[in-house]
Every structure is written in C-alpha cells, then in structure tokens.
Design a protein around this ligand. Structure first.
Ligand code: IMP
Length: 174
C-alpha cells in the first residue's frame, strides 16, 4: 500500500500476496467443512474469483446481487435484493465475500437475512475495511486491508460502473 502523490493505492502484487494469506487462514478454519462462499455482486466478483482459486479445498460458491451504493436508505439500511441465492444456506457453513465494508449497512442487512435462514455458521470476509465510516456495529471476520476514508476504485470497485477491471485499487479524486 502506498500513497502515489497524495492518492491512496494498493498494488496488484500486494493484493495477490494478501489474498494468499487470507486463503491460508480460511483453509485452516474450514477444511473438510465444504463451506458455501456467497459473493456480493457486483463489487466482490474479482475478489471472490481470486480468493476461491487460492483455496485448495472443497467449497461451493453462490452470488447475491444487491442494490448499488447510494440506492438504499442510509437511515434504515434497507437494501434491495436484485438476485437471491440459488443454493440453500440452511445447515451450511457460510462465508459472505464482500469487496468493502463502509457504513456497514449493506452487510448488516445481508448478514441478518442469511442468518434468519439457519446456516450452521456465518462469517464475513471483506477485502477492504473503511472502519472510520462505520454506522452500525458489524465487523468482518477476515479483512484484507484497512483503508482510509477515501473513494476507491478498481479490482471490482466502481464509480458509475467504471474502473471495475483495474487489477489494482486506487483512490479517485473527488
Ligand atoms: P456500506 O453499506 O456503506 O458498508 O457500503 C458497502 C458498499 O458500498 C460496497 O459493497 C461498495 O459497493 C460500496 N462502496 C463503499 N465504499 C466504496 C468505495 O470507496 N468505492 C466503491 N464502492 C464503495
């Protein structure tokens, strides 16, 4: 991680290295449990793809699509489900895979929703954590990087659907 000029940046190599470390930790916790990884679309698609490929064990994947940033009411934290899960979570070890935890409202909503469906266990794996901005009491169990309160793009993260394909993460000037 470095500041390029004054702009925050996480290089591709640094992301790769950190994902390997996270996968090692997750493998220790879930080996033999056939966990279900639930990626939150669209932002988590690249992180999910790299994370599961770093996990040399049996697992299943599914995706949940929710309304994008700014479209839900911050006060209630209500999130619109655009695409629900296809694999039932009841009795499964579930790991939610998210790109970034910001206010935490999206994740809180998703976590409560999945929890109500009766998984055997439920944890959260987030690549980025913008802790300063948190408005609800929720934390990821696995965190790639703690990041400052800046608007970040790349590696799945977008601004108006742009920059998701960047292989690194950079701050966008506001
Ligand atoms: P939260 O509900 O405020 O935690 O928002 C989480 C969602 O907002 C993430 O899944 C992203 O889609 C989006 N988001 C939050 N911060 C950023 C950012 O810095 N860049 C791009 N998207 C972001």
């Amino acid at each position: 991680m470095k500041e390029k000029g004054s702009l925050f940046l996480i290089e591709e190599e640094r992301i790769k290295k950190r994902i390997k470390e996270m996968a090692e930790e997750i493998k220790k916790d879930y080996e033999g449990k056939n966990p279900l990884f639930v990626g939150i679309l669209k932002g988590a698609f690249i992180f999910m793809a790299d994370l599961v490929r770093a996990l040399d064990m049996d697992l299943e994947i599914d995706f949940l699509a929710v309304s994008s940033y700014g479209k839900f009411t911050e006060t209630t934290g209500e999130v619109e489900i655009l695409k629900d899960l296809q694999i039932p979570v009841k009795g499964r070890h579930v790991v939610i895979v998210e790109d970034i935890v910001d206010t935490g409202l999206t994740l809180k909503y998703i976590k409560d929703m999945i929890q109500s469906r009766g998984p055997l266990s439920l944890k959260i794996c987030a690549l980025l954590d913008k802790k300063e901005r948190r408005r609800v009491d929720i934390d990821a169990d696995y965190v790639g990087f703690s990041v400052p309160d800046r608007f970040l793009v790349g590696y799945g993260l977008d601004v108006a659907e742009k920059y998701r394909n960047l292989p690194y993460i950079k701050e966008i000037e506001g």
